[in-house]
Design a binder for this molecule. Structure first.
Ligand code: SF4
Length: 503
């Protein structure tokens, strides 16, 4: 659909949103790929626990898609994975809850499970999965005469545009090249399979991570994170570069740039919360970045300890993202580290539960306090962020119940003040904790003895200045790298303090 002009839109309803894990594999000789895809998806499970799907080209000329609900381990039995048969290409997807999206029926929710497939004869036969969100999708749909609500998601809409173009020109790869540049202000890391090609594409700013590598016995794999590749024995990976399209087929791998160059804007929150500690982006390991976030916090707030304004017995971290930073904090400040929670490994991440009540229950299902490290102790508790505050407040409540004497909450990110349009579902902006509350009100609402955020510049230092200059910071600053449908001003309370100690 070349020639379509982007227009600005006042629309407020963004519809369904995605924030997911994607995977793709190409092997030169047909093999049972179901098990390998499921293994990689399990290593991307933290990116979405709501639904999963696998597509393979296991019969002549066709693609079979198997959708599932819940965790990967619940979605596919061994028998189902074996039943997917022998294939040369497969893609997989893990998806997180979007059931609070306006107008989302159960039937539509199921249709939104990815990979989404489009079958219109042998040459228009493909499946597609993506991580990201397109704020442009609704107005592009209107501009082209579609009713956006007919689609299960913005991903479904993109897939339909590709299918429509592929029918016109009888070629899926060329249709991808024609259609995706329209979405140049969107966030997507995408895998697409046809019956004989695996395609990987990343938006021009590279909001979401995407890596690829060569399989030890021939062939290639693509995944949202490095752990999706290393489980298959891939020990060297490369990034799919922002704006790049890679095509894997019997001739090897081809690279092409699909978009006009834009400034890279990798999501900074991938380092703070979303990615696994073993992920690596722009050659910076998430574990190292999180450890340094803890050290930066300790360096910045050391004065409060030196002057006796804060006294703690132990430094502790809230699993998972806070624990690594807590070790960095403890090392830097010279206080002992103690675990305060045991994490149930078989329960999903609480932030990505669809309702506040489910989130609260999710926290208690997931974390069990260790009272002998908590009773009567003054604790510096390191966590990643407060978005709506639901998870954080419940965590603090559990520590008081377990007998803590003082709770000083240190966060490895700045205040989360603005909605994300690039795949991080945070709900209505009026529910963002730091947006509606001054820091004093937040400390009261969180019920902590003191509350401290990491300023953006220190966060940039922690992720490494080279990386830190190439990231999106919009949810902290309101400085959106694209035209967005609703641009918010600063919070009405006008409080820019990052640290508060209750009297
Ligand atoms: Fe990431 Fe925030 Fe940018 Fe969204 S707005 S992509 S969460 S840094």
């Amino acid at each position: 659909m070349p020639g379509l002009e982007a227009i600005s839109s006042p629309e407020i309803d963004h519809g369904p949103r995605e924030h997911c894990g994607v995977f793709g594999i190409y092997v030169p000789k047909a093999a049972e790929l179901g098990g390998a895809i499921a293994s990689s998806l399990m290593n991307l499970q933290h990116r979405g626990q709501d639904a999963a799907g696998i597509a393979v080209n296991s019969y002549e000329g066709g693609i079979v898609v198997t959708p599932g609900e819940g965790l990967v381990s619940e979605s596919f039995t061994d028998r189902e994975l074996r039943g997917m048969g022998e294939a040369t290409i497969g893609i997989g997807h893990t998806r997180y809850a979007t059931s609070d999206a306006p107008g989302m029926t159960t039937e539509k929710w199921r249709r939104a499970i990815q990979p989404i497939d489009k079958n219109y004869g042998t040459n228009v036969n493909f499946a597609l999965g993506e991580n990201g969100h397109s704020d442009q999708a609704q107005r592009i749909a209107t501009e082209l005469g579609f009713n956006f609500n007919d689609f299960a998601s913005d991903t479904d809409f993109k897939a339909e545009l590709i299918a429509k173009r592929a029918r016109e020109i009888d070629n899926v790869e060329k249709a991808v090249i024609d259609v995706l540049p329209m979405f140049d202000d969107s966030a997507f890391s995408m895998t697409i399979m046809t019956k004989d090609e695996l395609i990987a594409v990343r938006d021009p700013r590279g909001f979401r991570p995407l890596v690829w590598g060569e399989l030890p016995n021939g062939g290639y794999a693509v995944a949202s994170e490095v752990a999706g590749l290393s489980i298959l024995g891939i020990d060297k990976h490369k990034e799919v570069m922002p704006g790049e399209m890679l095509v894997f087929d019997k001739n090897g791998v081809r690279s092409q740039t699909l978009f006009e160059p834009k400034e890279p804007k990798l999501c900074l929150f991938e380092f703070v919360y979303t990615s696994r500690p073993d992920n690596e982006m722009y050659e910076r390991t998430v574990w190292d970045a999180r450890f340094d976030m803890g050290r930066e916090l300790a360096r910045l707030y050391r004065k409060l300890f030196d002057e006796g304004l804060i006294k703690v017995d132990y430094v502790s971290g809230v699993p998972e993202s806070g624990v690594i930073a807590a070790h960095g904090f403890a090392e830097e400040i010279g206080r002992p580290y103690r675990d305060i929670f045991v994490k149930n490994r078989y329960v999903g991440r609480s932030f990505i539960q669809p309702t506040a009540e489910k989130q609260k229950k999710g926290v208690r299902d997931k974390l069990n306090p260790l009272p002998h490290n908590i009773v009567g102790q003054r604790l510096a508790v390191i966590d990643d962020s407060r978005i709506r505050g639901t998870t954080s407040n419940e965590t603090v409540e559990m520590l008081w119940e377990a007998g803590a004497k003082e709770l000083h909450l240190f966060l490895t990110s700045p205040q989360y003040l603005y909605s994300c349009y690039y795949g991080m579902q945070t709900g209505d902006h009026t529910r963002l904790s730091a947006r509606k509350n001054s820091i004093e009100q937040e400390a009261l609402e969180a019920n902590v003895t003191s509350l401290h955020y990491l300023p953006l510049e220190n966060l940039r230092t922690a992720v490494g200045r080279r990386v830190g200059e190439r990231v999106c910071t919009a949810c902290f600053t309101g400085d959106y790298p694209t035209d967005v449908s609703v641009k918010l001003g600063p919070p009405a309370h006008g409080d820019s303090r990052l640290s508060y100690i209750r009297k």
